[in-house]
Design a protein around this ligand. Structure first.
Ligand SMILES: Nc1nc2c(ncn2[C@@H]2O[C@H](COP(=O)(O)OP(=O)(O)OP(=O)(O)O)[C@@H](O)[C@H]2O)c(=O)[nH]1
Ligand SMILES: [Mg+2]
Length: 173
């Protein structure tokens, strides 16, 4: 598989990246089932997803690898950046992390999906409030990339089909 089919999956530790990959595989196998356990990813986690039209490889980079994420940027043409929308204390640092990712030269032409995960958690703020805290308008105004945002619960399954549709759409470009 050529490198330009690799999609990078990044975000702080514990936001739900590994669970997302497991749940996408569940859906593609035809049965969502119960949410499986995960362990923190130390290093990278390569997962092949057989979409309707293409196979795509998603490379998760563990949140603990943040300082060396940029060494993987040149090998990908799309990025999924995941945010824990139930962890308000982490929103500002996630925003700064995302701005640094978007300003990286190898990613200037990348397609970017921002996922606001854990929408099933009780007491989470509305998406409008989260986007405002996250400075989404400023991010969209300054970015060179085409950016899509989605609400997600990797746990309940809300939004998983939309993530697959996004992957299909960018892989046919
Ligand atoms: N309630 C809820 N819990 C979630 C959701 N997504 C992930 N989790 C839980 O969050 C914890 C961390 O999930 P992981 O998928 O391991 O997180 P990660 O982003 O891969 O973390 P690193 O590999 O350390 O970077 C696990 O206990 C998951 O079950 C969600 O949508 N809702
Ligand atoms: Mg992980």
């Amino acid at each position: 598989m050529s490198n330009n089919k690799i999609c990078l999956l990044i975000g702080p530790t514990g936001v739900g990246k590994t669970l997302l990959l497991k749940r996408l595989q569940n859906i593609l196998c035809g049965e969502l089932g119960a949410s499986p356990p995960t362990l923190p990813t130390v290093g990278t986690n390569l997962t092949d997803l057989s979409l309707k039209r293409k196979k795509v490889t998603v490379r998760e980079l563990g949140g603990c690898m943040g300082p060396i994420w940029p060494s993987y940027f040149k090998d990908c043409s799309s990025v999924i950046f995941m945010v824990d929308s139930a962890n308000i204390a982490q929103i500002a640092s996630s925003c700064i992390q995302l701005l640094s990712v978007l300003s990286a030269e190898p990613l200037h032409g990348a397609s970017v999906l921002i996922l606001f995960n854990k929408r099933d958690m009780p007491g989470t703020m509305s998406l409008i409030e989260i986007k405002s805290l996250f400075r989404m308008d400023d991010i969209l105004a300054s970015a060179t990339q085409s950016i899509t945002t989605l609400e997600l619960s990797a746990h309940s399954g809300q939004g998983l089909e939309e993530v697959l549709s996004w992957l299909e759409s960018i892989m046919v470009k």
